[in-house]
Design a protein around this ligand. Structure first.
Ligand SMILES: NC(=O)c1ccc[n+]([C@@H]2O[C@H](COP(=O)([O-])OP(=O)(O)OC[C@H]3O[C@@H](n4cnc5c(N)ncnc54)[C@H](O)[C@@H]3O)[C@@H](O)[C@H]2O)c1
Length: 319
């Protein structure tokens, strides 16, 4: 529907009160967009948006994406979904519903509005990968019945829905496969490794490493990630993805713990715990496609990103 007032692009961000969504909203507002944030505050927090209260181009709607939504917007970023294992395993049925029903509702909205829609998918669609690093054409190695399946399979089904809406209804879709991202506004108790290590180091508690700490992860700083998502949204209709967005720099958990200890100056000891089931041994994005199609590469080093994340946690939470 054509709008009568205002020429700014009006953008819907679902999950906008969460870690990634709130940074994305900041950047969209900086670019002059109008932003509507839809969130049920399951893992997100109003605190992440306080600085926007009274902003003339920002609107918050408390809503659960598993229910239909009728709005007028020009673009949709679909980020709503708990992202950390502790949170998505808390109510696994709700997690699958959020991914699947949420995708159906947001795709239905995009179809009605004939607008672009971007899905925040995940490297978890690759499961415990047999191919390393992971390219977008790898189909994955996912356990369909394990404790992580509500998230992994929910996100895989959401990707299926996006591509079926694209093929069947000609919808303009963008699918980003996001790899581990960190930065300020991460939930302090979400059990994700970066926030865990930082909080433990700041409190002088033992740093818990699962297994021997030789499993690797790649860590992308939130500003780089948001830049990648916005570049993907700005591509033409021929670019659908899936496109990996992440930082290919690979670190073992032990190396990460050592960096956090060095940057915080903490004397926390290291404590080893048993590996959880289905924990991937290795995860590293191949970002050749993102570099070629989006002209994107991550810019922020792990040391720089950790420093600003530590500053945030030290200011916001450390007791
Ligand atoms: N952070 C990462 O490393 C990472 C990696 C891969 C994919 N992703 C994806 O990016 C998106 C954002 O992740 P994040 O790290 O910001 O997580 P987050 O938990 O901080 O944010 C998710 C947001 O979605 C909201 N939400 C959850 N269920 C909802 C529902 N039914 N209706 C409305 N809102 C709902 C939460 O309240 C929260 O604000 C997620 O879809 C996640 O799967 C994140």
């Amino acid at each position: 529907m054509a709008r009568i007032y205002g020429s700014e692009r009006r953008v819907l961000v679902t999950g906008g009160a969460g870690f990634l969504g709130s940074h994305l909203i900041d950047r969209l507002l900086d670019k002059g967009c109008e932003v509507v944030c839809v969130d049920n505050l399951f893992t997100g927090a109003k605190r992440n948006l306080y600085h926007l209260s009274g902003h003339p181009r920002f609107e918050f709607i408390r809503h659960d994406v598993t229910f239909p939504l009728y709005l007028e917007v020009d673009e949709i970023y679909n980020l709503a979904c708990p992202a950390s294992p502790i949170h998505y395993q808390h109510d696994p049925v709700a997690t699958t519903k959020t991914s699947v029903h949420g995708a159906i509702n947001m795709l239905g909205l995009a179809k009605r509005l004939r607008c672009k829609i971007l899905q925040a998918s995940t490297s978890e669609v690759y499961g415990d990968p047999a191919v390393h690093p992971q390219t977008e054409d790898y189909w994955g190695n996912v356990n369909p019945i394990g404790p992580r399946s509500c998230y992994d399979e929910g996100k895989r089904c959401a990707e299926t829905l996006f591509f079926d809406y694209h093929r069947q209804h000609g919808l303009e879709i963008k699918v980003a496969r996001i790899f581990n991202t960190y930065g300020p506004r991460m939930h302090p108790a979400d059990g994700r490794v970066v926030s865990n290590f930082i909080m433990q180091a700041l409190r002088g508690e033992p740093i818990t490493i699962y297994g021997e700490g030789q499993q690797t992860r790649s860590f992308c700083y939130v500003d780089d990630l948001v830049d990648g998502l916005m570049r993907l949204m700005d591509t033409g209709p021929e670019i659908t993805g899936p496109i990996n967005i992440g930082n290919p720099g690979e670190f073992t958990m032990r190396q990460l713990a050592d960096q956090v200890l060095a940057l915080t100056g903490s004397m926390s000891p290291i404590e080893h715990r048993p590996l959880p089931p289905d924990d991937p041994r290795q995860r590293q994005p191949d970002i050749t496609l993102a570099t070629r199609v989006l002209g994107w590469t991550p810019k922020v080093s792990l040391a720089e990103g950790l420093k600003s994340t530590i500053d945030y946690f030290a200011g916001a939470y450390a007791s």
